[in-house]
Design a protein around this ligand. Structure first.
Ligand SMILES: Cc1ncc(COP(=O)(O)O)c(C=O)c1O
Length: 379
């Protein structure tokens, strides 16, 4: 079955008891046992729940993996992956990542003895150079948040495999519709399902997908032991969002490409970051490993923070808010919002300037979005 069909049907057969076409919300914490230890596959909803199971099967199918695990948030999914590591292990992370992931590395896992270093995502060789005897995991996002840089997954996976290091890819910005890292050789895919997968800015969720059975068992053990699972309603909402993922992603991309091309010519715009533009330094990699360029773009405005303040306050359709990937367009100021936890020094070092604005392009009418930006940029 093709992607669009799997998004609607995988893991979501009509309910065997009632024939309900849609997977029910199994709002139960526990399950009857006929005799001690004899049950229908579910014991307790932290360990497993039928609605969550449907979501996990759907996620695995969309990413082309054998196993999916759902979590209460994207950061809970990130922590679950890192939980397979031990004190003294080394992680190489790309240097352009979500601020919350950086915060997990710096403020949580470093205290527990994890060794973390950052490689320059513009130079793939820097990952190779950073490898040490105790390196166990490479962590990347591609496209990256917030600078939309692209990393060659196949090349990095080949290198990681040779060194016996796991490669985890946070695929939130692309969604499995446009990019499937496991098929390119990655070991683990992570998502904030809050974003494109759920798609309607109404739920927080996360996911881990892998085809490695041993890793799956370890992360599943952690999922039950630590308990950062999504509730039933939240699982159901993500599952419902997934049904329209393919249609939504096509529209997100169409609108983002249209706006990126427009903004590139705009005199108040210093720079446009969008992997679908021919001017993007890694456009050729994006073209090779993605089937589309998704709906995220960032711009640098002439006039610094003052221009940014004016721009975001004048926008009417784009809402100033954290998050991304919903049907509605959002604008975000990474320096003070998603990437505030980096602090000024780290932020500058990573190229996140004071005049950087991130746009999550929604699926409204593209002419309305263009007019909104045009009015907001007008002096
Ligand atoms: C790329 C990326 N990964 C992970 C996360 C964390 O996800 P959540 O907010 O669902 O915990 C985010 C949140 O913005 C993100 O942008």
């Amino acid at each position: 079955m093709k992607f669009d069909t799997r998004a609607i049907h995988e893991g979501q057969k009509p309910d065997t008891q009632t024939g309900a076409v849609i997977v029910p919300v199994y709002q139960t914490s526990t399950y009857e046992q006929e005799t001690i230890g004899k049950h229908k596959g579910f014991e307790y909803s932290r360990t497993g729940n039928p609605t969550r199971k449907a979501l996990e099967e759907s996620l695995a199918s969309l990413e082309g993996g054998n196993y999916g695990l759902a979590f209460a948030s994207g950061v809970a999914a990130t922590v679950a992956v890192l939980s397979v590591l031990k004190s003294g292990d080394h992680v190489i992370s790309g240097n352009d990542i979500y601020g919350g992931t950086y915060r997990i590395f710096e403020k949580v896992f470093k205290q527990w003895g994890l060794d973390v270093s950052y490689a320059d995502v513009d130079k793939i060789e820097s990952f190779e150079k950073a490898i040490k005897k105790n390196t166990k995991l490479i962590w990347i996002e591609t496209p990256t948040n917030p600078l939309l840089k692209i990393i060659d997954i196949k090349r990095l996976a080949g290198f990681a495999k040779k060194k016996g290091v796991l490669l985890a890819v946070d695929n939130t910005f692309a969604s499995p519709y446009f990019q499937r890292p496991l098929e390119l050789g990655a070991d683990i895919v992570v998502h904030s399902t809050t974003k494109y997968l759920a798609g309607h800015s109404d739920v927080i969720g996360g996911a881990v997908i892998t085809s490695n059975e041993a890793l799956y068992k370890d992360i599943k053990f952690y999922q039950n032991a630590a308990g950062g699972v999504p509730g039933t309603w939240d699982s159901w909402l993500v599952l419902r969002g997934i049904k329209t993922l393919a249609v939504r992603m096509r529209e997100h991309e169409k609108n983002a490409l249209y706006l990126a091309k427009y903004l590139e010519k705009y005199k108040q715009v210093e720079k446009v970051y969008y992997p679908g533009l021919k001017s993007h330094p890694q456009h050729y990699i994006a073209k090779a490993q993605m089937s589309g360029f998704s709906g995220m773009l960032s711009i640098e405005l002439k006039g610094g923070f003052k221009a940014v303040e004016q721009f975001v306050s004048k926008l009417k359709i784009f809402t100033l808010a954290e998050s991304l990937g919903g049907v509605e367009s959002l604008v975000c100021y990474p320096a003070r919002m998603t990437h505030a936890s980096l602090g000024e020094k780290e932020r500058f070092k990573r190229g996140i300037k004071d005049n950087l604005v991130r746009l999550s392009v929604g699926i409204e009418n593209k002419a309305d979005l263009k007019n909104d930006i045009n009015n907001a940029l007008a002096l």
